[in-house]
Design a protein around this ligand. Structure first.
Ligand code: FAD
Ligand code: SF4
Length: 508
């Protein structure tokens, strides 16, 4: 063996830069299931099972393609607990210290690999539209890094939905058409599900034994674990669900966990699908006249816009990004995030669905669980750890900027120009949660008042000095100032009561 080629659990792509640089005849591929990776956060059992099963399937495919693969299973008695340890073990066995790898998607592993006593070459991860150098060049000298402008660059770069140098249809962004609440639809297709094969069953048993106590239901397990399956999931989404994607992107329904969302993020993030190919598939449907322009544009904006943009921010801002706490929030994450009882129907549904599926769609993450944590002043590091643990698509480069930046304003406004906070009225408008809630979104005082309403004002008042000058928030301060004093006091007293119940570990 001349060199080792390290392939990580979220690098399951045959065109990976490390594989392109490798030689089938003389190099050895190293893949390892290690306890440190499975345990650096209390990952949802479904997430661990997805990654391990997809790794085992990918290793088998590589062997079929003629590669030599040294694969270590988690229950191998010789298994090292860390990635570096696993590589060192193979290096000793094969008397080589030369290793090539594609750069990992998080600082923690990046640093560990660079510090290893090996001759390590880290190649850029080019499974993205925008390289990190290109992102930095775009960001350089700009006062504000707004996603919308970045997205237009990505449209030009990929040529997706472009007519010459103009956006198809004349507008870059059709979000205006995308804010419709949804109603129950018995005929709405469900996302594609896959029956576990023998390899997956073996992984499920292992995960049950080792991680059965982690938050989250392991079974039933329906994720795609191979590229072929992920392509079928993509096709199913494009032909059945995509048409309603734009219209109902921000909608929430208590009896419909998935609505028109694609559920493709786990497959993209572990490398089974490529972002450009999924956008091309979506654009094909629009070109054929089968889906409206707002659906196709809305979808590709999430993938070549938001997804690429947050990755650029994560690497540009550096390893300390996850420790930021611009608003000085320090409350412990309430127990309801781990399934403790709550009368708040929206939160109870979002958390239950997270436990069962390792999935919640964007508006649930942003405007229900994220919004509540921000309003309640929860320590952003704890919020970050929760999101990193509970979602099957959670990898730090994409999770951290979404959680700390977009959702918690912990980066002081690099990603969001104002905090994503709202009262219960937004949830009432976009969902059907409020109708069967113990609280009332119309009541203004305890005990019935919706906690979101109380905490919303409390948040704005606590942070008045910081936000009063924000042009998009001035109106809210104006509304508060015009309220009569008794009402203001009742709201602040109600908020204080909710917060003290949270601190005492009591149900809200
Ligand atoms: P769809 O609604 O079908 O969207 C299509 C695709 O667009 C997704 O598959 C995803 O790849 C991409 N996308 C959409 N929004 C974003 C976004 N804001 N950032 C990056 N990509 C996006 N996404 C993750 O992939 N991993 C995470 O760990 C993650 N954590 C999040 C934490 C918070 C607090 C918030 C508010 C959002 C987070 N997101 C994360 C973004 C988004 O919620 C998910 O990508 C999306 O819900 C995945 O479901 P889907 O595939 O059905 O998405
Ligand atoms: Fe959520 Fe408030 Fe509506 Fe209850 S009333 S579901 S707590 S927004």
């Amino acid at each position: 063996v001349k060199r080792l080629v390290l392939v990580l659990g979220d690098q399951l792509s045959k065109p990976l830069s490390a594989l392109r640089a490798a030689d089938k005849d003389t190099d050895l591929i190293v893949m390892a299931e290690v306890a440190d990776e499975a345990g650096y956060a209390p990952h949802h059992p479904k997430k661990i099972a997805l990654v391990l099963s997809a790794m085992r399937h990918f290793a088998a495919e590589l062997e079929q393609d003629g590669w030599q693969v040294a694969y270590t299973r988690l229950d191998d008695p010789e298994a090292s607990t860390s990635i570096v340890g696993a590589v060192m073990r193979r290096a000793q066995e094969h008397c080589t210290t030369t290793v090539i790898a594609t750069a990992p998607g998080e600082w923690r592993l990046h640093r560990a690999l660079e510090a290893a006593p090996l001759s390590m070459t880290l190649l850029p991860d080019d499974r993205f539209v925008c390289s990190l150098d290109a992102f930095n060049a775009w960001a350089e000298g700009r006062k504000e890094l707004r996603m919308e402008y970045f997205y237009r660059e990505m449209r030009r770069k990929t040529g997706l939905m472009m007519e010459g140098d103009k956006p198809a249809g004349g507008k870059w962004n059709y979000d205006h058409d995308n804010r419709k609440p949804a109603s129950g639809d018995m005929l709405r297709p469900a996302p594609m599900q896959f029956t576990p094969d023998e390899i997956t069953e073996e992984v499920l048993n292992l995960v049950e034994t080792r991680f059965g106590d982690n938050f989250g239901a392991l079974r039933p397990f329906h994720f795609a674990v191979t590229r072929a399956q992920a392509l079928r999931a993509l096709d199913h989404f494009a032909t059945t669900l995509l048409a309603g994607f734009g219209d109902y992107q921000d909608a929430m329904l208590q009896d419909d966990k998935f609505l028109h969302h694609s559920l493709l993020s786990p497959y993209l993030n572990i490398g089974l699908l490529n972002p450009v190919e999924i956008c091309q598939r979506v654009v094909e449907e629009w070109k054929a006249g089968r889906v409206p322009i707002n659906a196709a544009e809305g979808f590709i904006r999430q993938v070549i816009g938001w997804r690429e943009y947050v990755r650029g921010i994560y690497f540009r801002e550096g390893p300390d990004y996850t420790a930021r706490n611009a608003l000085g929030h320090d409350r412990d994450l309430p127990a309801l995030y781990w399934g403790a009882e709550t009368g708040m129907n929206c939160l109870s549904h979002a958390v239950a669905q997270t436990r069962d599926e390792a999935y919640a769609h964007h508006i649930q993450r942003l405007m229900v669980t994220g919004n509540f944590a921000l309003l309640a002043g929860v320590d952003p590091a704890q919020v970050h750890e929760w999101y990193l643990a509970v979602y099957a698509d959670a990898f730090e480069w994409v999770e951290a900027p979404n959680t700390l930046g977009m959702s918690q304003f912990a980066d002081g406004g690099i990603i969001a120009s104002k905090p994503y906070v709202s009262s219960g009225n937004y949830i009432a408008k976009m969902s059907d949660y409020c109708g069967s809630c113990a609280y009332s979104v119309k009541d203004k005082t305890r005990p019935k008042a919706c906690p979101f309403n109380l905490l919303y004002w409390d948040f704005l008042i606590r942070h008045r000095d910081r936000f009063k000058g924000n042009p998009r928030m001035g109106q809210m301060y104006h509304t508060w100032d015009r309220m009569d004093e008794d009402r203001k006091q009742a709201v602040l007293d109600g908020a204080a009561e909710v917060l003290s119940r949270l601190d005492a570990g009591e149900a809200v």
